[in-house]
Design a protein around this ligand. Sequence first.
Ligand code: ADP
Ligand code: ADP
Length: 231
Amino acid sequence: MSFVKFENVSLAYAPGGANAIEDVSLDIREGEFVAVVGPSGCGKSTLMKLVSGLKPPSNGYVFVDGREVGGPLKIVGMAFQAANLLPWRNTLDNVMLPLEIVEPFRSNLKKEKAQYTADAEALLARVGLAGYGSKFPWELSGGMQQRASICRALIHQPRLLMLDEPFGALDAFTREELWCMLRDLWQEKPFTVILVTHDLREAVFLADTVYVMSKRPGRILVRKEIDLPRP
Ligand code: ADP
Ligand code: ADP
């Protein structure tokens, strides 16, 4: 039973122009951890836009949870290379931002907000940021900001987590620490993950299945299931 399905999907940004991705077919089951690797410009970000409903395909079909994607999806959490925390909000309020958008607080239900706050604090603690909720982004290191941005992507318990080079800007030690952190969070309660990266080692370390894309136009070259013992 597939959760994310691409059927022969192509996308040209300009009508009649060159395809950014071409004839891409994917079949991702719920709870699967997928990595998409390929050189810069092969269409990895384009793939993300198609899954999240930010772009319609020029040809083919994109299905999520059995329905054709027709616009921005709410069941998706996203994180990118830059943490993009809002500088005027502290860490806790940054993490809780998706709840305000996806599931606006009902202000008369104070208990509910307290519950959300507790969830956000628990998530921050899981990634080693216990006690940092009241700090502002400029008080955190790059790695800490990225941890917070992953918490923000997960706070509304999305069924689908999309990560676009989330560890690309980090030093090697922090990167591997965050790999383990992400793997732990996912193993505890599997949600579907699509991770875009140009780091093959990262893909193999984290994912169940790795798709390799070619450059211009972006096509799927290889689909490889990874069956390695995990640390
Ligand atoms: P990355 O390779 O890390 O995805 P890019 O520098 O290729 O980043 O792209 C950054 C942003 O600019 C993306 O949102 C992408 O969609 C957009 N972009 C990339 N190439 C073009 C282009 N030729 N014309 C317009 N926008 C582009
Ligand atoms: P990647 O994420 O793998 O670096 P992208 O999906 O950003 O690749 O880009 C794939 C191709 O589409 C590139 O040739 C890029 O220049 C082009 N592209 C990306 N975004 C845009 C855009 N908004 N307008 C026009 N071309 C774009």
